[in-house]
Design a protein around this ligand. Structure first.
Ligand code: GTR
Length: 361
């Protein structure tokens, strides 16, 4: 049943090389992986800026959750040419932690806790957290002169210049650079998480940076975890997203958005770059705009890449998604809770369960 649904979308074949031959093994896939990565960057999200190592300062926050946690405020100062910009981030971990799993949470607000970030519950479950507010990286609008956009922009935007999603993902990677210096983190168990536009960002982060062991994309929808070809009724289309948020993407994306069948890839290529690691796609039953069927189909379509690695991909029933679904036994996970567009505690519980299941020691 699900394969028939998938066939209706006529997706590009992930294993088909540009020369018409097919990938059949892992070394072949590694080259193909580079091919999809290059296409996604040059046609949808835009190129990454150069890697600049920021200077990082640390100060301990007096609030410590009943003396249970250490909360450090970090300040990442990026200097490039004559320009510089500082991005604050918050690092929170159980007191005395060594080698524990971490969530890099890209959030809408810098608040601790935040309605999308139940800090104490994550800590009580043995996770560390490092989080930053996306607009501290660069504003969520078409202004490319502020924040890291200002630091790395030179003149007119080119067809493949970074969109804002790429810049938010870039910051998550620099946060990972920093975590590599901290003994509190188990570097084999660092996940990146985000909601909605920042769920798209979480997927791109893990797709581009293989140091992330897992990515959790909550309600990311169009240009995130949802297939773009054949959007369901009420689901956001690429034309709609580009009309409202062109600056999330590179300028070249515009030439495809009115007819996504002209795109050389679909969003299953983004998910496939995360193989053979963990990806969790979160959906909410009332969130029709995020197009849950298309998110589910994306998991199905990407799954064969995990098979190639000899790892279970998406283990789910042969049907479209239903409320209450939680499929996390494979390395591609999906859940659909009741309710609306939101990063809820219910979603976090699924992501924490997924981490515990796959990274049990
Ligand atoms: C919507 C947008 C979605 C989603 C959401 C959000 O308006 O159309 O793709 O990203 O915003 O980020 O809150």
């Amino acid at each position: 049943m699900i394969n028939q649904e998938l066939q209706k979308r006529s997706l590009p074949d992930l294993f088909l090389r540009a020369d018409g031959t097919r990938v059949t093994d892992v070394p072949g896939w590694e080259a193909q992986r580079a091919y999809w990565r290059a296409l996604l960057l040059s046609h949808e999200y835009g190129q990454l800026p150069p890697v600049v190592q920021p200077a990082v300062t640390v100060s301990v926050n007096p609030i410590n959750f009943a003396n249970k946690v250490v909360w450090e405020t970090l300040r990442f100062t990026f200097s490039y040419g004559s320009k510089s910009h500082t991005v604050p981030a918050q690092l929170i971990y159980p007191r005395g932690a060594k080698g524990i799993p971490f969530f890099v949470m890209i959030n809408f607000r810098p608040d601790i806790p935040d309605r999308y970030l139940p800090v104490e519950e994550l800590i009580d479950n043995g996770f560390g957290i490092i989080t930053f507010c996306y607009q501290d990286v660069t504003s969520d609008d078409g202004d490319f002169s502020n924040g890291l956009a200002g630091v790395f922009s030179e003149g007119e935007r080119a067809e493949d210049s970074f969109g804002k999603i790429t810049l938010w993902a870039y910051m998550a990677m620099r946060v990972m650079d920093y975590l590599e210096t901290r003994e509190e983190a188990d570097l084999h168990c660092v996940a990146v998480a985000g909601h909605s536009r920042l769920g798209k960002t979480a997927l791109l982060t893990a797709a581009l940076d293989q140091r992330f062991a897992a990515a959790f994309s909550n309600d990311s929808g169009c240009s995130g975890a949802a297939i773009s070809r054949g959007t369901c009724a009420d689901g956001e289309t690429t034309a709609e997203i580009f009309k409202r948020f062109p600056y999330w993407f590179c300028p070249r994306y515009e030439s495809y958005v009115n007819d996504p069948t002209t795109l050389p890839f679909d969003q299953h290529a983004l998910l496939s770059l995360i193989a053979p690691r963990i990806v969790g796609v979160g959906a909410a039953d009332e969130d029709h705009w995020a197009d849950n069927d298309s998110q589910y189909l994306c998991c199905v379509a990407a799954s064969p890449v995990w098979d190639l690695y000899g790892k279970p991909g998406f283990l789910a029933p042969d049907r479209l998604p239903a409320i209450g679904d939680e499929f996390t036994d494979g390395n591609v996970g999906f859940h659909m809770r009741a309710g609306a567009h939101f990063f809820s505690r219910t979603d976090w519980l699924v992501y924490m369960r997924t981490m515990k299941k796959h990274f049990a020691k």
